[in-house]
Design a protein around this ligand. Structure first.
Ligand SMILES: Cc1ncc(COP(=O)(O)O)c(C=O)c1O
Length: 446
């Protein structure tokens, strides 16, 4: 009997009672190696002492003081930490702290609209995003996302957002097409769409630098984001980088966009920011965006009760200091190479593994019905969730998703291990995922 409205109402979930390094422990004493951080959240494992202490210390000082009355030291320090490390071109930006990735995406969209209004460009109302993509579950964020299955029940009540194709290398790059040509072809879809809508009406372009769960850890082809930056600049369109899942070190640099050599006008962050020790998200506005507000109304046209929550900010600040002082992003890169290599050796030849893609400690295995034609399984067979279940039975957590191939069909299993992962843990992760996939040969045959 439960009074909690769970994601699946009749599911029989184990109750979690503890965390020990990269393992979670349930009430019956079972231990699960967390290879996905839940949903790319728990980047420092589940028992980091410095972060736990920082949270406790802040509780003993003050928990909540409304931002209409006060600021607080952890929020100020965390904002400075992020701005000082943001990609070149961000300038002297500022950061707003919120509670979830969806909330951050809503705030980013509203900030983009405010930027244009402050400058008198009132006709700029249109948003262009990509499909597949996922930007959150609140109505504005859901409308922005390009995941057909998640949008379907709510379609009639979603705001109108335009979508171009995400640069999905495995399925969209032509035979013999170079990476650079593919990048240009895909980025130029943005130019064409802006022209079709009327450049003076477009407010923002939204894209994840490395696409997360909707497409399965898909990095952009070389040169893609440079061309996106040029197009946005040419038309006065703001680029909103959704780094909720791929940011904060996950792909081998603090901001995923650093590796693309550009900056965003507005950046959202969440999962790796607080590493799950606190619910926290952030919106970083570049200097250009802040300046427009400073020389306009001087006010943020958005507010939430729990903005800049002191305990959340203290927890996130401690997380970021641990990542930096322990040089964990170097470990993300090293263990990432190991993860890629071992996945490819162990699963590259598997008849139902179509593609293995990712960056840093952010990798996915796409399952297909037919390797030669790339035909996906139909969603109803729930192959990725079945792999997740088999892996869980072997003591490993991985993250299944469906819809990458056409919005509904297409299965992949996503891995996002902790930045503290050891070489031995990475080997165990690959071994168990491979055994879970092998154990599915009978479901793959149907
Ligand atoms: C890229 C991206 N943006 C936004 C969100 C929404 O974040 P939240 O679930 O914290 O609202 C997610 C969540 O998975 C995400 O992956």
């Amino acid at each position: 009997m439960t009074y909690v409205l769970h994601r699946v109402l009749n599911s029989d979930l184990p109750s979690v009672i503890g965390g020990d390094g990269n393992y979670l422990i349930d009430a019956e004493g079972h231990r699960y190696l967390d290879a996905c951080g839940g949903a790319a959240v728990s980047c420092l494992g589940h028992s980091n002492v410095a972060v736990r202490e920082a949270v406790k210390e802040q509780v003993d000082k003050v928990a909540f003081a409304h931002t209409g009355f006060f600021t607080n030291k952890p929020a100020e320090e965390l904002a400075e930490f992020l701005v000082k490390r943001a990609p070149k071109g961000t300038g002297d930006g500022r950061v707003m702290f919120l509670g979830s990735g969806s909330e951050a995406m809503e705030a980013a969209l509203k900030l983009a609209r405010q930027f244009h209004l402050e400058r008198g460009e009132t006709a700029r109302t249109k948003i262009i995003a990509r499909a597949p993509s996922y930007h959150g579950n609140t109505l504005g964020a859901l409308a922005t996302g390009g995941h057909a299955g998640r949008r379907a029940p709510f379609q009639p009540i979603l705001i109108d957002v335009d979508h171009i194709d995400a640069a999905y290398d495995y399925r969209m790059r032509g035979d013999g097409e170079s990476e650079e040509d593919f990048a240009l072809r895909m980025a130029n879809q943005l130019e064409q769409r802006i022209q079709a809508l009327g450049p003076e009406t477009v407010m923002a372009f939204v894209a994840e630098p490395v696409v997360g769960a909707s497409l399965g850890t898909q990095p952009a082809p070389k040169g893609y984001f440079k061309r996106i930056r040029e197009i946005c600049d040419a038309h006065g369109v703001l680029y909103i980088a959704d780094e909720v899942m791929c940011g904060m070190g996950r792909t081998g640099s603090l901001f995923a966009l650093e590796q693309e050599g550009i900056h965003a006008d507005i950046t959202t962050m969440a999962k790796g920011l607080g590493a799950g020790y606190q619910p926290i998200a952030a919106v970083l506005a570049s200097e250009a965006v802040v300046s427009a507000i400073e020389s306009g109304s001087g006010q943020l046209w958005n507010g939430h009760t729990y903005m800049s929550h002191a305990i959340a900010a203290a927890g996130a600040l401690a997380v970021q200091k641990v990542i930096e002082s322990e040089n964990l992003i170097a470990n993300v890169r090293d263990r990432g190479v190991q993860l890629e290599d071992t996945l490819k050796v162990r699963l590259g030849q598997h008849p139902n593994v179509g593609n293995i893609r990712g960056r840093g400690l952010f990798w996915s295995v796409e399952l297909v019905r037919d390797k030669a034609t790339k035909a996906p399984f139909s969603a109803s067979g729930k192959r990725a969730p079945k792999v997740q279940k088999a892996a869980l039975g072997l003591g490993l957590m991985c993250y299944p998703s469906q819809g990458c191939a056409n919005g509904t069909d297409g299965d992949h299993v996503l891995l996002a291990p902790s930045y503290t992962s050891t070489a031995d843990e990475i080997d165990q992760i690959v071994d168990i995922v491979a055994r879970a996939i092998d154990s599915g040969l009978e479901w793959f045959a149907t």
